[in-house]
Design a protein around this ligand. Structure first.
Ligand code: GLU
Length: 355
């Protein structure tokens, strides 16, 4: 199946960062690919802030994400700072919407309250390991009588909401990785919310992708194991399934997943080190996309013409800092002396070399 053979009414894509830290280069790369895909297909690019984890989320990271994406020149048409037809675009402001769908799943017995304690879950886990079975929730609370559930809830017995995983095999076509098959039986019934007002990532993402009419979900491969769970929820709720494209992981030169221990990973840090936005954009597009030629220099506007998801590779993308330095030096040399002076000033001031 070719990407152009799949017809969708309107291309609507999104990035959905969790504001738990500064904008990471992996998220910025996903933003860039989504932005280019939307531009190329005359679609809409949405910024959605996934801040349901209140303990880990912080407004300062939402601001950092917005500022750094703007600095890179990656703009969106709908988002928390500009709103839009499908807002609000912060999950913490959408709790009523999630509650409606959690209730629907509970009413239709697609989800249930689970009252198992930590100790009981640990016992279940151990017992499964002893039997050589991979640990998963065994559905113990799925068949509680309605009266029992009411009684426990009245007594404020601590609980979570689980979604019943019924299908055994889930198949989907990923635009990059092609056919993917997953055995859902291994999952066990998953927790979708702590309570009616506290949804967890997989559930909230499914609701928002549907409510915001997202046509393509283009995100990092680290989310591939979430996709079957999300598809099962879409099926239970009668939602259309978006088209998925999972971008290859960004790997350090030692071929392990790029992380802080390998050096700088936040866009702000690159900016502070003197990298130019056009250099970072040009560098990031090579993290998984192959133009099919030797050409290395691409501006954002030329990428809008040249980029295509068909040329995104499956295998991990190696992060090569020498390449970033090479690209950055190219763009620096392109600057006029006036522009370069202007760009250098903040760095000279912060180094206290001038006042
Ligand atoms: N909040 C998730 C993250 O930051 C979003 C994943 C997705 O795109 O579905 O990784």
């Amino acid at each position: 199946m070719k990407i152009k053979d799949i017809k969708v009414k309107k291309v609507r894509v999104r990035i959905a960062p969790s504001p738990t830290g500064p904008l990471h280069i992996g998220t910025a790369r996903s933003a860039l690919f989504n932005y280019l895909f939307a531009k190329k297909n005359k679609g809409i690019f949405v910024l959605r802030i996934e801040d349901t984890d209140l303990e880990r989320s912080d407004l300062k990271w939402t601001q950092d994400i917005i500022e750094e994406l703007k600095w890179l020149g990656i703009n969106w048409q709908e988002g928390p700072d500009i709103d839009g037809k499908y807002g609000p675009y912060k999950q913490s402001q959408r709790l009523d919407i999630y509650e409606k769908y959690i209730k629907k799943l509970l009413d239709e017995s697609e989800a249930y309250h689970c009252f198992c304690s930590e100790d009981e879950l640990e016992e279940m886990r151990q017992e499964q390991i002893d039997r050589g079975v991979s640990p998963h929730y065994n559905g113990r609370c799925a068949n509680l009588l309605r009266e029992e559930v009411e009684k426990f809830l009245d007594k404020n017995k601590s609980s979570v909401i689980r979604f019943k995983i019924q299908n055994k095999k889930i198949k989907f076509t990923d635009l990059i990785r092609k056919e993917i098959e997953f055995n859902a039986e291994l999952l066990g019934d998953i927790i979708i919310a702590k309570d009616l007002k506290t949804p967890l990532y997989n559930f909230a993402a499914v609701i928002d992708d549907y409510e915001m009419q997202i046509s393509h979900v283009i995100r990092g491969e680290d989310h591939i194991s979430n996709t079957p769970k999300q598809i099962l929820m879409q099926k239970a709720l009668g939602f259309n399934q978006p088209i998925y494209a999972h971008l290859p992981l960004i790997l350090a030169p030692d071929r392990t997943k790029l992380s802080k221990r390998h050096g700088t990973v936040s866009i702000r840090d690159y900016r502070e080190q003197g990298y130019l936005p056009e250099a970072l954009v040009n560098f990031m597009v090579h993290l998984g996309w192959n133009s099919g030629s030797e050409k290395e220099i691409f501006t954002l506007s030329s990428l809008v013409r040249e980029f295509s998801l068909e040329k995104v590779q499956k295998s991990g993308a190696i992060f090569n800092i020498q390449k970033l330095d090479f690209i950055n030096s190219f763009y620096i040399r392109e600057k006029t002396i006036e522009k370069l002076t202007e760009l250098c000033l903040p760095y000279l001031i912060s180094a206290k070399l001038i006042e």
